[in-house]
Design a protein around this ligand. Structure first.
Ligand code: SF4
Ligand code: SF4
Length: 93
């Protein structure tokens, strides 16, 4: 389950566009990519050169713990094993 909502407010706070990893290739800038923790990982071939996520207001606000969302995908809430099945059972599905 997604943790960070895709919103204009979060988008303008995202530190990705000033990050060295983001600028390891011109592709993200050309594609106007950002907010990887909420949208999806980058479609570009990026090289790890450091991650600014821990300096970002969105990271702090949503209590994120990971980095490099551009490479590994969005921030997700943990769904405990068997939890979905229990919910379905409780709902009679
Ligand atoms: S936590 Fe990282 S990916 Fe998410 S908005 Fe901040 S800088 Fe961008
Ligand atoms: S997720 Fe982290 S490493 Fe990737 S572009 Fe954003 S700040 Fe940089």
């Amino acid at each position: 389950m997604r943790i960070v909502p895709v919103s204009f407010e979060n988008s303008v706070k995202c530190a990705c566009p000033i990050c060295p990893t983001y600028h390891s290739d011109p592709c993200p800038n050309e594609g106007m990519e950002n907010l990887y923790c909420a949208r999806k990982m980058s479609a570009c071939q990026l090289t790890r050169k450091g991650c600014l996520c821990p300096t970002c207001q969105v990271w702090v606000k949503y209590k994120l713990t990971k980095q490099y969302y551009c490479l590994f995908g969005i921030a997700k809430k943990k769904v405990f094993k068997g939890f979905k099945e229990k919910i379905k059972k409780a709902l009679g599905k």
